[in-house]
Write a protein that binds this ligand. Structure first.
Ligand code: DX5
Ligand code: ZN
Length: 224
């Protein structure tokens, strides 16, 4: 099933609840929360207090993308704040298996993320324990960057591995997903589409979300 995970990073923070409501009316079904620490990525955003503020304004699942150096230390706090899904970067987790277990033990769905330069093969051992794999299609740190086509082969490779290994994790893609790139990512096999600027940028949020989902669904394989 194709789903739109709208990234609040590109929204108007002064009207956050309204922005979330508009993206939800447009068909968005996941709230993507980009957590950045100024160390792993060259930018700082927000943390558990943002999750706590969002929790009462929407029933949608809160998908926290942790771009931070020490995710283990913050997992309990994110759970407490109301996060439903947590993804951690393969590149920062010295004990990735343990971190994913910890997310699960705190009652959240574990996901793993790979940067553009990180091969899919680095995930093989943990694929059976993740709910989703997030393929970065930009280098993390900022919204509004250009889509990197190298993500397409990685998405297709993951879809193949999932089939071969008899697994059912979902494939999420993040960065530069917009009207001109969404068909390719869906054709490659992505199902959870993260979009920030394409939803909250120019135009009406509700309409932007609808259009993006329409293009995505038109490109989806028949079973969708
Ligand atoms: C980048 C973030 C993305 C970003 C996507 O580091 O992980 O989620 O907000 O923004 P767009 O859709 O504008 O590329
Ligand atoms: Zn993200």
């Amino acid at each position: 099933m194709i789903e739109l995970a709208f990234s609040i990073l590109a929204s108007d923070f002064a009207h956050l609840a309204d922005e979330v409501a508009a993206a939800e009316r447009g068909g968005g079904t996941i709230v993507h929360v980009d957590v950045m620490d100024g160390h792993f990525v060259p930018n700082i955003t927000f943390g558990p207090p943002m999750v706590k503020a969002l929790r009462p304004v929407t029933k949608l699942p809160l998908d926290c993308h942790l771009m931070i150096e020490n995710p283990d230390a913050f997992i309990p706090e994110f759970a407490e704040a109301g996060a439903d899904m947590i993804s951690v970067h393969q590149e920062v987790c010295r004990h990735l298996h343990r971190t994913l277990q910890q997310i699960q033990q705190h009652g959240m769905l574990p996901g793993v993320v790979i940067n553009p330069a990180t091969p899919v093969e680095t995930l093989i051992e943990v694929l059976p324990m993740v709910h989703y794999v997030l393929v970065m299609s930009v280098n993390p740190g900022f919204g509004g960057q250009q889509f990197l086509p190298l993500a397409l082969d990685k998405i297709a490779h993951l879809a193949e591995l999932r089939h071969e290994m008899g697994l059912n994790f979902r494939i999420e893609v993040d960065g530069g997903v917009a009207h001109d790139t969404v068909a390719q990512v869906v054709e490659a096999g992505a199902e959870m589409l993260v979009a920030g600027s394409a939803v909250f940028g120019p135009g009406r949020t509700e309409h932007n979300a609808q259009q993006l989902l329409k293009l995505a669904r038109a490109a989806a394989p028949a079973q969708d």
